[in-house]
Design a protein around this ligand. Structure first.
Ligand code: UDP
Length: 267
């Protein structure tokens, strides 16, 4: 897997001019749009080789600061999507603006559309029992040609890995979406994607919950104002402790700006 491969480089050439990747507090974020993400995923599947995709938000960045294994996985992933609005803010503050927010929750619909159009087989792994099945049903309702290779809740426990990998392999999945929350889903993919036979392995966090309707996304106006995190905190107040990472992230970005620690941004 590791780093940018030739295919990805070709896909991301679409970027023309804009900085292709930025480092925010030491974590790589690729400056791609939805269209470019889809072009990359298409290339990845055609290559047949394993490519890990991550949906980065400020919580990821803060977790990666204290978890070198997680940081290494993100920084060597084939594609790191700018999922959180906080990253766009940080990019502006640090003088490296990202062009678009590319989320797992919206991206999953577009990936389903790509898979349906190109005949790629999609496997949905993770979330609570029944959620992946319901998500698959809704995706197929919208894209009737979509091939669902399989769905399975499973668990990120190491003891279950071999059986889950066998399931994904037997299903001949091209694209494997994993919803075990970060950093577990990224670590699970780093250990298992290559042997699963899937060409794309992407951590999607709560996206299956949203697609299945067991979690509700913020209204459009809140999303437009970059307040999705606030809505999520209101709906799922148990997240408050995790979300303490957000003001810490903001403080570190401002500090980096003040002290002009641009080494974090570019290599
Ligand atoms: N999850 C799971 N097994 C676990 C832990 C989490 O299936 O052992 C699922 C959970 O049901 C949810 C998703 O992983 O669907 C985590 O969503 P969250 O939005 O918390 O993801 P994060 O923001 O951590 O990436």
């Amino acid at each position: 897997m590791g780093g940018l491969n030739v295919l990805r480089r070709n896909s991301v050439e679409l970027l023309s001019g804009a900085q292709r990747e930025v480092y925010i507090l030491g974590v790589r974020v690729d400056n791609v749009t939805y269209e470019e993400m889809l072009a990359c995923l298409d290339d990845f599947v055609v290559s047949g080789k394993p490519h890990q995709v991550a949906t980065i938000n400020p919580e990821f960045v803060m977790a990666a600061r204290h978890d070198p294994e997680f940081r290494a996985i993100l920084n060597t992933a084939a594609l790191c999507l700018p999922d959180g609005v906080g990253l766009l803010w940080a990019g502006c503050i640090l003088g490296c603006p990202l062009r678009q927010r590319v989320t797992g929750s919206d991206g999953i619909w577009r990936i389903a559309e790509l898979a349906a159009r190109r005949g790629y087989r999609l496997f949905l792994l993770g979330a609570a029992p029944g959620v992946a099945e319901e998500a698959a049903r809704r995706l197929c309702d919208r894209y009737p040609k979509l091939i669902i290779a399989g769905t399975y809740a499973g668990s990120p426990a190491v003891e279950e890995e071999d059986a889950i990998v066998e399931r994904v392999r037997a299903a001949r999945a091209d694209i494997l979406l994993v919803a075990y929350g970060h950093p577990r889903q990224e670590k699970w993919l780093a250990r298992n994607l290559a042997r699963s036979g899937a060409a794309v392995g992407m951590g999607v966090g709560g996206a299956l919950d949203f697609v299945a309707g067991v979690a509700v996304r913020a209204p459009r106006w809140m999303r437009r104002l970059g307040l999705e995190w606030l809505y999520r905190l209101w709906r799922e107040p148990w997240r408050w402790r995790r979300m303490l990472a957000l003001p810490q992230f903001a403080g570190l970005v401002l500090w980096a700006r003040l002290t002009s620690k641009r080494t974090n941004m570019e290599r």
